[in-house]
Ligand binder design. Structure first.
Ligand code: PLP
Length: 428
């Protein structure tokens, strides 16, 4: 494969952007190679500027559940574009998208649109603190909620402790208010609530964590979180930026039958354009300005292009065929991976939940972030590079999750399985 045009741009990018990129994972740093530059994409395929074509299992980090350039979405954006790009005033499309989301997620009585998942998580925390008049928050190790100061914090493996920032520039006094919990550990959850529950404004979680590889909740764990939070008057924030409208039309909350106080959304609800949203109980949401005293605003919030794109994507999903189709593809992939494991016994854990999947290069079971951090990163890099050479694009990090879209086909999955088999056999 030739990457000469991508290499040329990569050299220019080093001069222009810190680390050559506008979002760190795009640097391919954790897989030890240079990235490619995309010229266009259609369906399940990405084309780089050197005319290499890849089957894409990143899908814009999950935003493109129907794949690239999906006709209803492109048409809706084109139509909206004729009327203007941003009004700085209300537009009818905001109402339609809000109604669609509210009817899919009954826990959402009121909603506010923002421009990214990060912004939405930031607002969710401020709102929870403003509403409850408590300052502490709880989050889980390995769950990512955007680059919000109080949320960019994790703990030493398995430790129940107040947070140590993951990034410089975060005041220690702020991260000290963040309590970090190990995922899937009920004992530590109960202990944390006993110690900090009454001072804790909210517990925020990805109901099916997908930012440390994919680590589904153990049976009953989400219910334990709910029980503890209710007992201590702590608000529950579901970060459904990935899972919302992906695991089911009603998101993870519909699947697990849990009604969070606040829900954070992004990705799919924008159909590939920048968007975020926070929604929840009316009495909490009404604490936001201009009604309440928790301030939040946005020049481009609810902008007509993102709203039109989101409406088109959700209206297609509302028809309902997508979820069974994605589940079928997921099952095909999972069954194929089981076969591969039977044949090769490679020290690898394959996780799948609906249309999400990830590969952990370890022989041990992975049920927490601490387990995930033990993976063999070098092996993952070799695996990623071999797949890329076979024109398969999976997330360029051992700690990210891959995505299926309705644009993928059974033959895409057959091809993926064959390449994974050949690659692992070579790596034995
Ligand atoms: N929450 C989750 C679960 C995410 O996966 C992400 C991004 O990947 C975010 C929040 C932040 O969203 P954004 O990148 O739109 O700021």
């Amino acid at each position: 494969m030739v990457f000469s045009l991508s290499e040329k741009l990569w050299n220019q990018a080093q001069e222009l952007f810190p680390g050559g990129v506008n979002s760190p994972v795009r640097s391919f740093q954790s897989v030890g190679r240079h990235p490619f530059y995309v010229s266009r994409a259609k369906g399940s395929k990405l084309f780089d500027i050197d005319a290499n074509c890849y089957t894409d299992y990143v899908c814009s980090w999950g935003a493109l559940i129907h794949g690239h350039c999906y006709s209803p979405v492109v048409r809706a954006i084109n139509e909206a574009l004729q009327n203007g790009t941003s009004f700085g005033a209300n537009c009818p499309l905001e109402i339609r998208l809000a109604q669609l989301i509210r009817s899919a997620m009954p826990s959402i009585e009121k909603i506010r649109f923002l421009n990214s998942g990060t912004e939405a998580c930031m607002t969710a925390i401020r709102l929870a603190r403003g509403f409850s008049r408590r300052e502490k928050i709880m989050k889980f190790e390995g769950c990512y909620h955007g680059h919000v100061d109080s949320l960019l914090v994790k703990a030493g493996s398995g430790a129940l402790t107040t947070g140590i920032p993951d990034s410089e520039g975060i005041p220690a006094s702020l991260s000290a208010l963040t309590i970090i919990l190990p995922w899937n550990d009920e004992e530590k959850l109960i202990a944390a609530f006993k110690k900090y529950g009454r001072e804790t404004a909210a517990i925020i979680l990805e109901p099916v964590p997908a930012n440390c590889g994919l680590i589904p909740p153990k049976e009953g764990f989400l219910e334990s979180i709910e029980t503890q939070a209710r007992a201590y008057g702590t608000l529950i924030i579901f970060d459904e930026v990935i899972t919302g409208f992906r695991l089911s039309y009603g998101g993870a909350q519909a699947l697990f039958g849990i009604k969070p106080d606040l829900t954070v959304l992004g990705k799919i609800i924008g159909g590939g354009l920048p968007v975020g949203a926070i929604g929840g109980k009316k009495e909490i949401m009404d604490s936001l300005s201009p009604l309440g005293k928790v301030y939040q605003a946005g020049t481009l919030s609810g902008n007509p292009l993102a709203m039109a794109s989101g409406i088109a994507q959700l209206e297609e999903l509302q028809k309902g065929h997508a979820y069974q189709y994605l589940e079928n593809l997921g099952q095909q992939l999972e069954a194929g991976m089981l076969e591969i494991q039977k044949k090769l016994s490679y020290p690898l854990q394959f996780h799948r939940f609906g249309s999400l999947f990830s590969f952990f290069f370890t022989s041990k079971k992975v049920t927490s972030a601490a387990d995930a951090y033990q993976v063999d990163k070098k092996k993952f890099s070799s695996f990623f590079t071999a797949l890329l050479s076979s024109r398969i694009f999976i997330p360029p990090s051992p700690f990210e999750t891959a995505f299926l879209s309705t644009a993928h086909t059974e033959s895409d999955i057959d091809e993926l399985l064959k390449i994974v088999y050949d690659t692992l056999k070579q790596m034995l």
